[in-house]
Design a protein around this ligand. Structure first.
Ligand code: DHB
Length: 285
């Protein structure tokens, strides 16, 4: 069988260039009956914050043309329960595990990374600075190079593990943010997170999402992702992990041609959880 392994810099080599995208696989165990997670080059977990978060009230997901909008509000079980309930499953997986971290403020991101950074089964961290659905933290960091630089350099001081910054497409120009991540010690950037979106039910005249706005994902956003990746790849040398509407092997090749070194599968997992199988077969042809 042909070798699909890919080195993302000196610190991390994946068995293949396909990872799960945060928020679409929970913490892995929820979907382990449905598909073989070890097919993936890596698993990226749902955003983890220091304390548990209930998230936003429903409705928080709606289907749209060629995509979906979600506003989950970073619902998650918090660091203590993550360690009690999820670490054992994730720790025994043969796949590379990357923990996605979210925070309201810099200190929260740092505390989560500090407490996880010595765990041997965690290969690295993806930092969510691009959630569009929370009032505090999240995208604030992802659109402001000064805040981002400070966050990345303080995380760099906490950990030698692979550190990947997930960038937002909700900016005029992604290049200064990608450059800022690189300059402050990130090992990679992942892009794109979701685009701002909204939808209205014409019968009730009410928004289809409780918080009115949410994050748009799925095939609808693929051209936006490709454009941001081409731009970023012209100005940074660290690996780019491409995300945005990938549904088959041809899409993966398009992201690699744009300048990505690996990719993540997100929304496709909701309508075709076995897409990974076809994608790997396509890449091996
Ligand atoms: C959420 C977080 C994200 O980063 C995103 O792109 C969409 C939704 C959330 O938890 O609400």
């Amino acid at each position: 069988m042909s070798d699909l392994s890919v080195a993302l810099g000196a610190k991390l080599t994946l068995a293949n260039p396909i990872l799960t995208a945060s928020g679409t696989f929970g913490y892995g165990d929820e979907l382990s009956d449905l598909l073989d997670l070890e097919q993936f080059g890596g698993i990226v977990t749902k955003s983890l914050s220091l304390k548990p978060r209930e998230g936003n009230p429903p409705p928080r997901i709606v289907e749209t043309p060629a995509g979906m909008i979600n506003s989950i509000g970073l619902a998650n079980l918090g660091l203590d329960r993550f360690l009690d309930e999820k670490a054992a499953f994730l720790g025994q997986l043969k796949s590379t595990v990357i923990v996605n971290v979210a925070g309201r403020e810099q200190a929260e991101y740092i505390e989560v990374v500090r407490r996880l950074q010595s765990m041997p089964w965690i290969a690295g961290f993806e930092i969510n600075v691009s959630c569009p659905n929370v009032k505090q933290g999240g995208i604030e960091f992802g659109v402001n190079p000064e805040l981002l630089g400070d966050l990345v350099s303080s995380l760099r001081n906490q950990t030698d593990k692979f550190l990947m910054i997930k960038l937002s497409p909700n900016v005029n120009d992604i290049r200064p943010l990608a450059e800022c991540a690189q300059r402050n010690g990130a090992d990679a950037v992942s892009m794109i997170n979701t685009l701002y979106g909204s939808a209205i039910d014409i019968h009730s005249r009410r928004p289809k999402i409780h918080t009115v706005f949410g994050g748009l994902s799925g095939p609808a956003i693929k051209p936006v992702a490709i454009a941001h990746i081409i731009k970023a790849a012209r100005v940074i040398d660290i690996p780019i992990i491409g995300i945005g509407g990938i549904q088959d092997g041809a899409d993966v090749v398009e992201f690699l041609l744009a300048g990505a070194s690996a990719v993540q599968l997100g929304t496709v997992n909701f309508f075709d959880p076995t897409a990974i199988t076809g994608i790997l077969a396509f890449l091996r042809k």
